[in-house]
Design a protein around this ligand. Structure first.
Ligand code: SF4
Length: 238
């Protein structure tokens, strides 16, 4: 997909999200009535992939746990020099896939400072294709697979959760739009091209254990990293 098409699709997602009725989301949240039972599974890569961080999550980590930041695992793009590009950072995990902040009793060690996605989980609001390829809203992650359901959630609590969810999803989409717009400008200024073959070669070098250069889009600019597969041992991909 071209850069322009990425931006166009994201703008459509943004418009759809802005049009999503808050009342409907509140009603779904109250109806599901999710309650955490402390199993800790949602904080593992085997269950939920990686924890993607919004820009607003970064100051705490940069100050207190900079070692926990890694370029998000799914590298989005590449240039003709073999450098890879990705929108944002993720949280590192242990080799067994547990979040670095999940303690031995499956509790979050930094609960008061946990990140945006951790605060809204398992409520989510984004559009995904179903098994037939029809794009529909998805509101709950892992429904029926963990935790407890049909607990009491007041109108006030439901409204607060719904607003946090909408705010998260909007920031996420806008961060992605910012990334693709920055890629377009950067490639123009630096006279770079995306060559699929070179992008695939870089991914293969990375998979084989060679260091690769990754530019991470965060806070409105690109930050350079040299990454190795060892940093991603706890993830099943990339
Ligand atoms: S930061 Fe805390 S809540 Fe978030 S994934 Fe890690 S252990 Fe879970």
């Amino acid at each position: 997909m071209s850069i322009q098409n990425h931006i166009l699709t994201l703008r459509q997602d943004e418009a759809a999200l802005l049009g999503y009725p808050e009342d409907e989301l509140i009603s779904i949240i109250r109806d599901v009535g999710f309650a955490c039972d402390g199993c800790g599974r949602c904080c593992t890569s085997s269950y939920n992939g990686h924890v993607f961080l919004l820009d607003r999550d970064l100051p705490y980590l940069r100050t207190h746990h900079p070692e926990a930041l890694i370029p998000a695992p799914d590298f989005d793009y590449g240039d003709s020099d073999g450098t890879l590009y990705v929108s944002g950072y993720a949280l590192g995990v242990h080799e067994d896939g547990r979040c670095l902040f999940l303690d031995s009793e499956s509790r979050c060690e930094i609960y008061e400072n946990r990140f945006s996605i951790c605060r809204i989980y398992p409520y989510m609001l984004h559009r995904e294709p179903d098994a037939d390829g029809v794009v529909e809203w998805r509101q709950i992650s892992g429904l029926g697979e963990h935790g407890e359901y049909h607990g009491e959630i007041t109108e006030e609590e439901g409204t607060m959760i719904a607003r946090q969810v909408l705010s998260y999803e909007l920031d996420f989409i806008r961060q992605q739009i910012g990334f693709w717009e920055a890629i377009g400008r950067f490639f123009d200024e630096q006279n770079l091209r995306h060559v699929r073959k070179i992008y695939d070669q870089s991914l293969r070098r990375f998979q084989k254990g060679e260091p690769v250069r990754v530019m991470v889009y965060a806070g409105g600019s690109f930050e350079e990293h040299i990454v190795r597969i060892g940093e991603y041992r706890g993830f099943s991909s990339p």
